[in-house]
Design a protein around this ligand. Structure first.
Ligand code: NAD
Length: 308
């Protein structure tokens, strides 16, 4: 048992180190420009999980020395009202990053709302321009969960270059942008989804297996190549507790490493949101396009501290 525990990666610790770096850069920004990098979050409706996530992001901003504001619109808000708010926030001088918490109530087209954003302030990386430049191989702002996965891999000294990477899930938030980012980092990428016919055949090919299906316990040792690295993105509440898509301890018996749920990818996502906001702030002041990639490079510089 202790051997499998040794294989669990510590996303909390790596995320904490990124947050320290974010705080240092936010302080440098404040010294240089006389203000703090700012994030505005919009939440529409009263979904308890969304309200919790947004409150957590605002708290994380405060802890990292960022300015933050939260705009809570009622579930009855019209799509045009949400779009008008997003446009207004993108014009505010103290706001460097804007996000609209997913999901939005039925009747509001999330794609339209996101498209109304200034791509240079789109710290979730969901704007079609940011999606397009990622797939063209010239990333600007990259979605936080895929960025966090790359940062975690690099922190543990695992490069995707030349590796076979299988991604389970093709959502616009995780699976698709991660595929683009992995390609950019020279991986050979397979993307599986709900219509994939032989999932185990595809996942057993993987040197790095990333699972983002939202199906608790979907992946067992029979899906994993011995020695693979397994990244579990899934978070589903089962009896009030977060459960991943991977049967962690069973898989750890065959894998080289597994990320736990909770304490794996989740903390990295919030850290990368802060990182994207600070990068957007510097880029705006310096009159250039923001690049999330700078954080992967910054993380590399201290990766040796984090493990093999
Ligand atoms: P989603 O529901 O939008 O997409 C799920 C994807 O999984 C779909 O593409 C679907 O085709 C695929 N899928 C579903 N069942 C499958 C099966 N049996 N075999 C193969 N593919 C299957 O979900 P999402 O927004 O991408 O999130 C996925 C999971 O990751 C959820 O549990 C979510 O809570 C979690 N998540 C975690 C973080 C984090 O920070 N750790 C961030 C975002 C999402």
């Amino acid at each position: 048992m202790s051997r499998t525990v040794d294989k669990l990666w510590n996303g909390r610790e790596v995320a904490a180190r990124f947050r320290t770096m974010v705080r240092e850069r936010a302080d440098a920004f404040r010294r240089r420009y006389g203000r703090r990098p700012g994030l505005a979050a919009v939440v529409v409706g009263d979904d308890p999980a969304s309200l919790l996530y947004v409150a957590g992001k605002a708290r994380a901003c405060q802890e990292a020395g960022l300015y933050s504001e939260v705009h809570h619109l009622p579930a009855t808000a019209a799509e045009e009202d949400v779009i008008a708010l997003v446009r207004a926030l993108c014009g505010e001088s103290r706001v460097d990053g804007v996000l609209v918490q997913w999901p939005v109530p039925a009747g509001i087209d999330y794609e339209r709302v996101v498209s109304a954003m200034d791509p240079a302030r789109d710290v979730d990386g969901f704007h079609p321009v940011n999606t397009g430049v990622l797939w063209r191989g010239r990333p600007a702002l990259v979605p936080c969960t895929p960025l966090g996965i790359l940062a975690l891999l690099r922190a543990y000294g695992v490069s995707p270059a030349g590796r076979r990477v299988t991604i389970v899930g093709r959502s616009p938030i995780v699976g698709r942008p991660l595929a683009g980012l992995m390609l950019l980092h020279d991986a050979t990428v397979t993307v599986c989804h709900s219509r994939t016919t032989d999932l185990a055949a595809a996942t057993r090919e993987a040197d790095i297996l990333v699972v983002a299906a939202g199906r608790p316990g979907l992946i067992g040792p029979e899906h994993v190549r011995p020695g693979a690295v397994v990244i579990d993105v899934g978070i589903t509440r089962v009896d009030g507790r977060p459960v991943g898509d991977v049967r962690t301890h069973e898989v750890a018996a065959v894998a080289a490493a597994v990320t736990p749920v909770p304490g794996g990818v989740g903390p990295m996502t919030v850290a990368m949101l802060l990182a994207n906001t600070v990068e957007a702030a510097f880029a705006r002041e310096e009159g250039r396009v923001p690049r999330s990639q700078v954080w992967l490079e910054a993380g590399d510089a201290v990766a040796g501290r984090w493990g093999a």
